[in-house]
Design a binder for this molecule. Structure first.
Ligand code: SF4
Ligand code: SF4
Length: 101
């Protein structure tokens, strides 16, 4: 079982999630983050830390978002681990408003 970062993360990168994780399972690229399912211990600490509710427990994923499990797993192999908070991307606040938060 794992936690999964979904579509709403794109364009945000507030990375509050990263500093809440006790096992450094977040990976980052230019536009968003991903969770490594091999490392996640399912503590749930990252869920309330995300201002746009982009992180979902695997079993809570709606059927039309199950593909995010594979995307996170593959991206975790490809992109570097992130352990500290980054500045949000340009437009992150606007993106958050668009998402209703
Ligand atoms: S806080 Fe949420 S939206 Fe921002 S980088 Fe983390 S998972 Fe993505
Ligand atoms: S559930 Fe816990 S271990 Fe998994 S990504 Fe979130 S904070 Fe890290």
């Amino acid at each position: 079982m794992t936690h999964v970062v979904t579509e709403s993360c794109r364009g945000c990168r507030f990375t509050d999630c990263v500093t809440s994780c006790p096992v450094a399972c977040f990976h980052v690229n230019e536009v968003r983050v991903y969770i490594n399912p091999q490392v996640c211990i399912d503590c749930g600490a990252c869920i309330p830390a995300c201002p746009v509710r982009a992180i979902v427990e695997e079993f809570d994923l709606p059927e039309d978002q199950l593909h995010w499990m594979d995307i996170n797993a593959k991206a975790a192999e490809r992109y570097p681990v992130i352990r500290t908070k980054l500045p949000p991307l340009d437009g992150a606040d606007e993106r958050r408003r668009q998402l209703g938060f």
